[in-house]
Design a protein around this ligand. Structure first.
Ligand code: UGA
Length: 432
């Protein structure tokens, strides 16, 4: 099949590369010519394990075409995916759909034979209806179907999630579109994953409900972790004990710092906004957003307590600053408010992240990027394990810090409290 992905951000790029790998001809379109030139040379602008190899392979086989020529790409494709960003609007909770509607207005000019127009971007329920309105005119009524096909890829695991999805959701009432979509996904859904055809609005809402539910699970376990800290219980036991009940499930029950990233924070806010528009009080989602915001403050206070509320000139090391491992993404990472606060309080902050130096900290005082773990940890007062990169899982802290009386705050519960006790290192985890 011939596909066109509009937008070469995370969703468009990963999906485009993976669709080409199962034999489709895929145009990846972006208005940013520099990005297109970069991609054409086989470079990948984001950190995603396995993506560069796959991209290079499909470029070589001429199945993957990067272009800024939207017209040509759309005219030559049967299926067009809208994969542009839907960030939170300034000073509001709603998703900003201006990019999506702009693409729809452009597409209208190029619908001269039947095409399926798909939203892969995360868009609030009823957006598909609005896109249909934009696209429709007297002549092209039967020449297109607007379908919702939300993506469920996790950063850092995106290729595996694409090839082995738990489910594929296709939101359309059109039998014709559904048949074509099923054959597009056939190489993937053959491997046991479930294919659901729902209404378009249903598919749009499934995406938000899924992300909000996962965010709820995380916030729930984070609050129980707070209780564990007061009662001397280990949160890992709770996650294991609860998660073994198949009705609950053991995934997304890892306590940690506040959840971050480009999806959960933005999508929970947008869902609340949609609820408000339809006069529905999504009180659980509201509490989750609130709980997650409070968590950033709570953990920052704990850092301060660990330094005896005397932050001036203390050396604090962050190991990992991204919102999760295997990504270079800093969006809504809890390290940002923590480091900003510590910098204001005149701490000396050193950080190391396998994905390098971060712009988010470049204008902050006393924040230094270190090229390796060793230089980041030397003579530190407090080591904060913020992101669970594999690089941080087997460290000999005494050798690294070379100083007495340092403390460790393990925000991902990577290390064993017992082993730390034996080593006589003051060690603090989450919910233990
Ligand atoms: C999330 C969803 O998991 C994907 O299914 C979805 O497609 C994607 O959003 C999206 O909407 O595009 P992602 O943001 O890449 O994926 O990251 P997650 O692995 O879900 O992690 C999100 C945050 O939750 C991270 O900060 C992570 O550290 C935290 N988390 C996750 C926990 O604190 N505990 C857990 O048990 C799991």
């Amino acid at each position: 099949m011939k596909l066109c992905m509009i937008g070469t951000g995370y969703v468009g790029l990963v999906s485009g590369v993976c669709f080409s790998d199962v034999g489709n001809k895929v145009y990846c379109v972006d208005k940013d010519q520099n990005k297109i030139d970069y991609l054409k040379k086989g470079n990948v602008p984001i950190y995603e394990p396995g993506l560069e190899e796959l991209l290079k392979k499909n470029l070589k086989q001429n199945r993957l075409i990067f272009t800024s020529n939207l017209k040509k790409a759309v005219l030559d494709s049967n299926i067009v995916f809208i994969c542009v960003g839907t960030p939170t609007k300034k000073n509001s909770n709603s998703a900003d759909l201006k990019n999506v509607f702009e693409v729809a207005r452009q597409l209208k000019k190029y619908i001269t034979k039947y095409k399926i127009i798909i939203t892969k971007s995360t868009v609030p329920v009823t957006t598909g209806d609005q896109i249909e309105k934009i696209l429709k005119n007297q002549k092209n009524k039967k020449l297109f179907d607007v379908v919702s096909n939300p993506e469920f890829l996790r950063e850092g695991e995106a290729i595996r999630d694409f090839i082995y999805p738990d489910r594929v959701i296709i939101g359309t009432n059109s039998k014709k579109a559904n048949k074509i979509m099923k054959s597009l996904y056939m190489p993937i859904i053959k491997k046991n994953s479930r294919y659901f055809n729902t209404s378009r609005r249903g598919a749009e809402l499934i995406k938000y409900a899924s992300n909000a539910f996962l965010a709820t699970k995380i916030s729930f376990i984070n609050e129980i972790a707070n209780l564990c800290e007061k009662t001397g219980v280990d949160i890992k036991d709770i996650s294991l004990g609860m998660g073994s009940d198949q009705r609950i499930g053991d995934r997304f029950l890892r306590a940690g710092p506040a959840y971050g990233g480009s999806c959960f924070p933005k999508d929970t806010r947008a869902l609340i906004d949609t609820g408000n528009k339809f006069k529905i009080d999504l009180s659980i989602v509201k509490s989750v957003v609130n709980s997650n915001e409070k968590r950033k403050i709570l953990l920052t206070k704990k850092i301060s307590t660990l330094l005896n509320n005397n932050l001036n000139n203390k050396i604090v090391t962050f190991l990992g600053v991204t919102f999760k491992p295997n990504t270079d993404d800093m969006r809504e990472a809890s390290s940002i408010p923590m480091i900003k606060y510590l910098s204001k309080k005149k701490c000396h902050i050193r950080y190391f992240d396998p994905t390098g130096k971060k712009d988010e900290f470049k204008n902050l005082k006393n924040v230094e990027y270190c090229k390796n773990i060793k230089s980041a940890c030397l003579k530190s007062d407090l080591i904060i394990l913020h992101t669970e990169w594999n690089d941080f899982k087997l460290l000999n802290f005494k050798k690294l810090v070379k100083k007495k009386n340092f403390k460790i705050y393990d925000m991902r519960n990577i290390y064993s409290p017992l082993k730390m006790k034996k080593l006589k290192i003051p060690y603090f985890g989450i919910g233990r």
